[in-house]
Write a new protein. Structure first.
Length: 364
């Protein structure tokens, strides 16, 4: 069985080559060929000795998740479906804008956190994605979009906000993050890579220590009683612990604020009083808010808040001096909008089902 080199960051590649009697600089060469040039053919890595290329063909490979479909929206949003084996597939969405291109990627097939407004959690957890499957989404998207290492980046921002909880797959997520930041790979700024979490407090501290990038927190409620219902992990890490963890994170973060994601649920968390409660909760945390109109899915008990109520909620936050944006609907004609991102996933009952997963875009 060959080793998939997409599973290694720079340190891992150096260790791999050292184990096979090769000098450390070989890791840098191969890293640049794989990630900057999108190359998976060792014979095309022309500055590597022919003897090493032959050795690599026998013991290694460069394999990203296979693309199943590529769908383009009228607004330019592009949705990729990738096969990750075992009946599981994940979707990745590219959102082009005038000044940037954002890629939203997944870190798990399914999710174990069971947030009540998210159909991914309702259909269970299948497995963590490997490093190759996480970074492979960026690798494939660059190739599909025609990225040129000598030109301006097509993908300027990456958000880990697709299927799954990134911090529940910590080691593989951090290894993929290191590749995104490595100048010999993708060379992205820490400010342009965002990890979204539902609030795994101890792992937030680990992320700050090991690979601090921009942080988004799926908040969705301003008190523990409601958040216990909407985001069950809150029962283990309640809001006062989460707010403290956010402030600790900011001591090491590349940005001076946390983005709080807040899905707008009709009659549940969208009143003027709850906006005031939210301000009180977060008054000591430098932050901005990203309000997300809810996209219903089959069987969901929730509805999206009416547009006037979303506007009023945002106005209350902004009048208090807090930067607040409302998520724009993008790609809804190809089911790629927030709450519409879907993939074929093997659920816990071992049936192939269509599922919807949450896409939370942060305005970075």
């Amino acid at each position: 069985m060959t080793v998939n080199l997409l599973d290694f960051d720079a340190a891992g590649l150096r260790a791999f080559f050292a184990e096979h009697g090769e000098k450390p600089f070989r890791a840098r060469q191969v890293l640049r060929w794989m990630h900057r040039s999108g190359q998976d053919d060792f014979d095309a890595m022309t500055d590597i000795a022919k003897s090493l290329r032959e050795k690599l063909r026998g013991m290694a490979s460069v394999i990203a998740p296979a693309i199943v479909s590529d769908t383009l929206s009228d607004d330019g949003t592009r949705k990729f479906l990738f096969d990750v084996g075992g009946g599981n597939a994940i979707e990745t969405v590219f959102i082009p804008e005038d000044e940037r291109g954002t890629l939203c990627i997944s870190t798990q097939a399914g999710c174990a956190l069971d947030c009540s407004f998210c159909s991914t959690g309702k259909q269970g957890f299948n497995r963590n994605l490997t490093v190759a499957e996480i970074i492979g989404q960026l690798w494939q998207a660059n190739r599909i979009l025609g990225a040129d290492p000598s030109a301006e980046r097509i993908i300027s921002n990456v958000v880990l906000m697709g299927m799954g909880e990134p911090l529940a797959n910590f080691e593989n997520t951090v290894t993929a993050l290191r590749l995104m930041l490595d100048d010999n790979a993708y060379g992205l700024s820490r400010r342009r890579v965002t990890v979204s979490t539902s609030g795994l407090v101890p792992v937030m501290d680990r992320l700050a220590d090991e690979c601090a990038v921009a942080l988004a927190v799926s908040l969705h409620a301003a008190n523990d009683k409601l958040r216990d219902e909407l985001v069950p992990i809150n029962r283990k890490y309640p809001l006062h612990e989460l707010m403290a963890a956010c402030n600790r994170y900011l001591l090491k973060a590349p940005r001076d604020f946390v983005t709080f994601e807040y899905v707008m649920l009709d009659g549940v968390n969208d009143s003027a009083a709850q906006a005031g409660e939210l301000l009180a909760l977060t008054r000591d945390v430098p932050c901005k808010f990203n309000l997300i109109p809810f996209n219903p899915f089959p069987g969901s008990p929730y509805r999206c808040s009416p547009a006037p109520r979303i506007r009023r909620f945002a106005e209350i936050l902004m009048e208090a001096g807090v930067v607040t944006t409302t998520r724009k609907t993008r790609g809804d004609d190809i089911a790629a909008a927030c709450g519409q991102l879907a993939g074929q996933v093997l659920d816990k009952t071992r049936r192939i089902t269509r599922r919807t997963i949450e896409l939370h875009e942060v305005r970075t």
